[in-house]
Design a protein. Sequence first.
Length: 113
Amino acid sequence: MNLVPGGPFVAEKSISKAAQEALAAKYGLDKPLFEQYITYITDFIKGDMGVSLRQRGRTVSDIIFSKFPVSAKLAGIAVLVSLLVGIPLGCLSAYNRGKFADNFIIVLATCGI
């Protein structure tokens, strides 16, 4: 954000320069980059990810944690499927080392299928 020209509030419905400066001060964007980074890291470690700009009145942490059960279920299913498919294919590949089945399984694994 600091390397490109402009800023986060430039295209925001053509607001005044004073309003842009007030928003920058509110979100700490008027401070040096190193200080912004330290503030971000310490807040992140404490679990404070700020207030959502899209969903007014909700914190980012609340939004993430409300969706966590669905994400955890999806990740669990993905791990289970990868174990149930990957281990037998790995054993088959080891048993048929250097043969067509081994090469085919290696190509599938490399492609991420």
